[in-house]
Design a binder for this molecule. Structure first.
Ligand code: ADP
Ligand code: MG
Length: 319
């Protein structure tokens, strides 16, 4: 049986920043991924590894240096601004800090209605009805439409950000650390809301986080990034049960266990710091922190290899 084409296909995506003094910073350096309809891909890795840049280049909030991004069969990278604007309705973003992305001088209802106005959609009365529906969908009360962002809690503000992201009925939502700034109990509520909205609306998610524990519940598959590249990608269960890349194992070891969450605060720390993307190590970029690095790892960049169907990793140590 032929599988339906993925909603999003990203190939060879790169973003290289040319800095003063002739340096090149390879924020993203050749990323391939796809996301199916109604599917969630988790994207994890330490701060600075290029996760946000992947999200922003997919949306063309920053222009990719090279590579292809196809959404529902449409190549996004070559589009004119006018055509891109129409495609943007299909892909929306939720940021870590909704406060920074919500205009503090606008009432909550107007914030959620703004996409309708930007795209000239619906008469004023229908806009109001649709905003009320969106409020209900994300668990906010209609009377809160008249409040200002500062009158909301962090979790409620993120619900507001989600309502606005859903206004144009997108197919893909990119969540860039959407729960990272929230308390753990509120994180779970917002993630559960996103799972429910996905089931109701058939959304696809690219869910970015620096913590594997956060993406576990929501992700069908997980991609692990290190210094601008994906080093392992697998179904969520396979990644947790049979992690292949030493970096994935290091990230897993730093996830607090159920016991640790109940009170024992001990946590295995990540060994060392990631190298600067301005001076990436030769060979395998992880070799400077890898407990098992061999001579070959210092010289040769490992190519992605398939461990099992749907499970890839880029590591010389894998037999
Ligand atoms: P993450 O989201 O994983 O923390 P980012 O995608 O934000 O990582 O950043 C990846 C790398 O690109 C970092 O080294 C960051 O400093 C660099 N970077 C991001 N934006 C710019 C920019 N506009 N100019 C130069 N370097 C940038
Ligand atoms: Mg980021």
């Amino acid at each position: 049986m032929l599988e339906a084409a993925p909603l999003l296909t990203v190939e060879g995506l790169a973003k290289h920043y040319q800095l003063d003094g002739g340096h090149t910073l390879k924020a993203v350096d050749g990323v391939d991924l796809h996301i199916g309809r109604g599917e969630t891909l988790g994207l994890v890795g330490e701060s600075g590894c290029g996760k946000s840049t992947v999200g922003k280049t997919i949306l063309r909030l920053v222009e990719p240096s090279r590579g292809s991004v196809q959404l529902d069969g449409v190549e996004i990278t070559g589009l004119s601004y006018a055509a891109l604007r129409q495609q943007r309705r299909n892909m929306q973003v939720i940021f870590q800090d909704p406060y920074a992305s919500l205009n503090p001088k606008m009432k909550a209802g107007a914030i959620v209605a703004e996409p309708f106005i930007n795209y000239g959609l619906f008469a004023p009365r229908e806009r109001t009805e649709r905003v009320a529906d969106l409020f209900a969908r994300v668990g906010l009360r209609p009377d809160q439409m008249d409040r200002y962002p500062h009158e909301f809690s962090g979790g409620q503000r993120q619900r507001l950000g989600i309502a606005r992201a859903l206004a144009l009925e997108p197919k893909l939502v990119i969540g860039d650390e959407p729960v990272s700034a929230l308390d753990v109990s509120v994180q779970a509520q917002v993630i559960n809301l996103m799972v429910r909205l996905q089931e109701e609306l058939g959304l696809s998610y690219l869910f970015i986080a620096h913590d594997l524990a956060v993406v576990r519940h929501i992700s069908d598959r997980i991609a692990v990034m290190y210094l601008g590249r994906i080093v392992e990608m697998a179904g969520t269960e396979a990644l947790f049960e049979t992690p292949s890349h030493p970096y994935t194992r290091m990230l897993l070891a730093s996830v607090p266990s159920a016991d640790a969450r109940r009170g024992d605060r001990r946590r295995t720390v990540l060994r060392g710091e990631p190298p600067s993307p301005l001076a990436p190590p030769p060979g395998c970029p992880f070799h400077t922190r890898c407990p098992d690095a061999m001579e070959r790892c210092r010289i040769e960049l490992p190519k992605p290899r398939q461990m099992a169907p749907g499970h890839m990793a880029a590591c010389h140590l894998i037999p």
